[in-house]
Design a protein around this ligand. Structure first.
Ligand code: 4AD
Ligand code: MG
Length: 430
């Protein structure tokens, strides 16, 4: 019977055939331990000389790293293995030999590994990260579908900028300039007026000249937008959503978290409500720490965010930032008009901002004034102003960056390992 490594646990005691690659091996004169991988998992195959004909045992011993084959044998329970079972090998049919595989079990530098990203994806840790990414995607659809959201896909080729004009990728759209989407938000606001609660999940692009562990040029963002929803209600959705994805990974990706040596103590503590701190209080807090120089009105950098997050050991909302360091569309804070009704969600352990969100301006004249103050071209926002002309309602939304969230939950240091083929400042290959 043909099966996979993952499914093989349903076949304990049975003889099965699995299409696999040789990940690694150890052998002696009498026994060969084959580390098999088939994309669904990793499993040990045991080839014992005394139980095989000479040719088969020799073949098992000679298999080279990443050679592909069909392998047949009996699945047996094994307490020492992560997955709880292994294969007693009976026969091997080589499909394609692999020689001089570039990624050997020794240590390689990051640039070398990134140059071989198409192969590096096969490694145990990289495999685990992508499985966790997939689980977060699955749990995202589950959460928003269960909470009455409709998925709407905003365009990727756009004529204007939602998040400031300096980080746009420009391209040619026949005889007109176009930009790759930085965020689908403005379109999602239109969608919320048509479908009430909506979410998008798609690629976004930032031509940021940043080379940090948190920045990608191309990343995926989940952008929910909710009509008749104020800032506080939006924060509640955010904390429920983030809790749901953390719990889903803890429940469904035990093997992967183990493969990554992820200490899950802090993840297990994630529960609603999340701690909140206003921007004003955060500035005071930072001054008391080692950041005497920080001035009210400045944006926080990575060290500031890390200091705040470490203090709480949980994801923390920093709320009500100064208006002038945030985009044009945010609703003023009625308690202090120099600040806006917004929050960034900062992940613990130095992973930084994973969500940016806000209540949106719903008053036409205030929005027109902001577009003007921010030096934006009013004509390209006319459709956006229509949303305030025809039945404007209070509404809020947010954007969660997938790769930063995967990095935090998996515990990998750098976002480049959370995207299958990351686009970085100096990397468009492979
Ligand atoms: O804070 P940002 O820029 O917010 C927006 O784009 C809003 N329009 C979202 C909304 O309200 N609908 O980006 C949102 C999130 C960040 O918190 C971060 O997780 C991620 O997107 N992000 C990046 N991730 C990787 N690399 C980059 N260069 C990123 N820039 C933002
Ligand atoms: Mg932000």
């Amino acid at each position: 019977m043909k099966t996979t490594i993952k499914q093989a646990k349903q076949h304990i005691g049975q003889e099965v055939t699995i299409g696999a690659w040789l990940h690694n091996k150890r052998s002696s004169g009498k026994i060969a331990f084959l580390q098999l991988r088939d994309g669904t998992g990793f499993m040990q195959g045991v080839a014992v000389k005394s139980e095989l004909d000479e040719e088969t045992f020799q073949l098992a011993k000679d298999l080279t790293q990443e050679t592909s084959f069909y392998i047949t044998g009996t699945i047996t329970e094994d307490d020492r293995s992560d997955i709880g079972y292994e294969m007693q090998v009976k026969s091997i049919e080589v499909i394609s030999e692999s020689h001089d595989y570039p990624i050997t079990p020794k240590d390689h530098g990051t640039e070398f590994l990134m140059d071989h990203r198409h192969l590096w994806l096969r490694s145990r840790k990289q495999h685990a990260v992508m499985i966790i990414r997939n689980e977060i995607i699955r749990a995202t659809y589950e959460f928003f579908n269960e909470h009455g959201f409709t998925k709407i896909d905003p365009p990727i080729l756009t004529a204007s900028a939602p998040e400031g004009t300096s980080e746009l990728f420009q391209t040619q759209y026949f005889d007109q300039d176009a930009y790759l989407s930085q965020s689908g938000q403005l379109y999602m606001e239109a969608a919320a007026m048509a479908y009430n609660k909506v979410f998008s999940f798609g690629p976004t692009f930032r031509a940021e000249k940043s080379k940090t562990r948190r920045h990608l040029i191309e990343f995926w963002m989940i952008e929910p937008e909710m009509a008749f929803c104020n800032h506080e209600e939006s924060l509640e959705v955010q904390e429920q959503y983030v809790t749901h994805i953390v719990q889903s990974v803890l429940k469904n990706c035990e093997l992967e978290l183990k493969a990554l040596d992820r200490d899950t103590t802090n993840l297990e503590k994630v529960a609603t409500p999340f701690p909140r701190i206003t921007y004003d209080d955060a500035v005071e807090f930072l001054k008391e720490q080692r950041f005497e120089d920080i001035e009210w009105g400045e944006d926080f950098g990575a060290p500031h965010e890390t200091a705040i997050a470490n203090h709480f050991d949980l994801p923390v909302f920093i709320t009500n930032y100064p208006t002038k360091i945030k985009p044009f569309y945010m609703q003023p804070n009625p308690e202090n008009e120099d600040t806006v009704l917004c929050a960034d969600l900062i992940a613990p352990e130095g992973y930084g901002e994973i969500i940016g969100g806000s209540e949106r301006i719903n008053d036409l004249s205030l929005l027109e004034q902001r577009i003007d103050e921010y030096g934006l071209d009013a004509d390209s926002y006319d459709y956006y102003l229509d949303l305030r002309r025809y039945g404007s309602v209070p509404h809020s939304g947010f954007g969660l960056g997938l790769e930063r969230t995967v990095a935090w939950i998996s515990g990998v240091e750098h976002v480049r390992e959370t995207s299958p083929f990351p686009r970085l400042l100096n990397r468009l290959y492979p």
